[in-house]
Write a protein that binds this ligand. Structure first.
Ligand code: NAG
Ligand code: NAG
Ligand code: NAG
Ligand code: NAG
Ligand code: NAG
Ligand code: NAG
Length: 411
């Protein structure tokens, strides 16, 4: 009887929503140890916590509040602080046992600092060495010293995340170096140098440039179409009014900082720099396997690279120009031949009256050159998705009900 009850209970637990996929949360792991509150606080404000939560097979080398005071007295910028802390996140799993049994007594571990591409040469690596007397030493490879030792294990979740305490922060000249303020970054020359010359030139020729500049300090994520995509789009772009061009360019910026891992964990509707009252100009961020896609009602673009990720500024490259329905409604509206229900679920009602900033009448667009992802396809996909979700919920409910019925029979 007890065994049956246990089985029923475990089935129930498995069926509860959310109980099945539970990743780690570094913030709540460290919250159990008040003496690490400073380290934890800086993981949060640098957004490293999100990156850590989205990775597996990692080791966080935490330092207690007393050990943080040296670092704090250096008054680093939040960007440099992020580099320093990311040097303390090893991209491999080291539990206490493994640390004491390193093959040949020494190992180099790549870190999140190395993974950002900011670090040069060996400066993104941490040297772990088994010392005499069972101690384990840690040092930033660029200093060639052993600056800290292993203190204790805080939490081990093999082989997802190991959180350990080390005696002090690892000094690293490179990680602590002042990084240029994002506002000082020339975003158009950065884009031009990395395959987005056409988009950069369009920006420079438009008032949208000022909108971008005004938003960098407060947080800005840019989705920048690669040259091939923008070149193919140029005939349509040239057809837009000055205001339409500005709205289209502003549609590729989001006024908040969203790193790749934040995008992955916060799917959903997103406003853009073009959003203005009645003009929604929004799009949907959605994971597609390991990829992140941006869906407008008209196109689905894929994030293909990152040009810069330096909070509060991040610039991604995408493989298609994002076409907002506010400007390309014609591509959505029923073409003479295809199914007329195409624009029912997603398209706006046709009142685009109250635009404060941008005067951008929708341009008409011949259905023949509508983009590869047809709106009909999109709508169908969305319906299929929500149907699936409903089915899964229904199934869960039925299964839970069945378990209760079964339990009541046997008890
Ligand atoms: C490890 O991470 C994966 C993916 O987030 C998760 O499914 C799994 O349950 C985790 N393992 C443990 C022991 O928490
Ligand atoms: C992690 O935990 C903290 C506090 O415990 C919470 O505020 C935060 O939303 C959690 N993050 C995720 C991704 O669940
Ligand atoms: C350990 O040392 C031996 C001999 O120097 C070498 O061949 C081997 O590759 C080392 N193993 C590791 C994991 O570094
Ligand atoms: C780590 O540092 C020690 C001491 O400086 C050195 O002997 C060892 O070779 C280094 N380990 C690796 C893997 O480079
Ligand atoms: C950024 O670089 C572009 C050339 O790509 C130049 O035209 C522009 O003036 C620069 N902007 C700033 C603010 O320096
Ligand atoms: C440009 O606009 C005109 C009239 O609005 C339309 O007929 C034409 O198809 C458009 N061209 C492109 C490339 O979108």
């Amino acid at each position: 009887m007890a065994a049956v009850t246990a089985v029923v209970i475990s089935m129930l637990v498995l069926l509860l929503p959310g109980a099945t996929v539970e990743g780690h949360n570094i913030t709540s792991i460290l919250a159990k140890f008040p003496e690490f509150s400073t380290f934890n606080h800086y993981l949060t404000i640098t957004h490293l916590a999100d990156d850590i939560n989205n990775r597996q097979t990692i080791t966080v080398c935490a330092v207690n509040n007393a050990g943080m005071s040296d670092l704090l007295s250096k008054h680093l910028s939040v960007y440099a602080m992020k580099n320093v802390l990311s040097l303390h996140v090893l991209l491999d799993y080291f539990g206490a046992k493994k640390l004491h049994q390193i093959t040949n007594g020494t190992a180099l571990a790549a870190t999140m600092f190395q993974a950002t591409g900011t670090a040069s040469g060996s400066s993104g690596f941490v040297n772990i060495t088994d010392l005499k007397g069972g101690k384990v030493g840690f040092g930033s490879e660029d200093t060639g010293r052993t600056d800290a030792t292993f203190v204790k294990s805080l939490q081990e979740v093999p082989y997802n995340i190991s959180v350990i305490q080390i005696s002090s922060m690892l000094p690293s000249g490179e990680a602590e170096a002042p990084t240029p303020e994002p506002a000082a970054v020339n975003i158009t020359s950065l884009m031009s140098a990395h395959g987005c010359k056409n988009f950069a030139e369009a920006l420079l020729a438009s008032d949208a440039m000022k909108t971008y500049e005004d938003n960098i300090d407060g947080g800005l994520s840019v989705f920048c179409p690669l040259d091939d995509a923008f070149k193919g789009f140029l005939p349509k772009y040239k057809n837009l009014t000055v205001g339409g061009k500005q709205s289209l360019l502003e549609y590729h910026g989001v006024p908040v900082y969203q790193s790749m891992s934040m995008l992955k964990s916060s799917n959903g509707l997103m406003n853009t720099l073009a959003t203005d009252g009645a003009s929604k100009y929004d799009f949907t961020v959605q994971n597609d396997g390991q990829e992140v896609t941006i869906k407008t009602s008209i196109v689905t673009a894929k994030i293909v690279g990152t040009l810069i990720d330096q909070q509060p500024l991040v610039i991604f490259t995408i493989d298609k120009v994002l076409m907002p329905k506010e400007l390309f409604k014609a591509a959505l509206s029923p073409a003479p031949a295809p199914a007329p229900e195409a624009d029912a679920p997603t398209a706006e009602s046709p009142k685009s009256s109250k635009k404060k900033k941008h005067k951008s009448p929708p341009v008409s667009d011949s259905p023949s050159d509508s983009p590869a992802d047809s709106p009909e396809g999109d709508v169908a996909d969305q319906e299929a998705d929500s149907n699936n979700a409903a089915e899964i919920k229904g199934f869960r409910f039925a299964a839970v009900a069945l378990c209760f019925w079964f339990a009541s029979l046997v008890m």
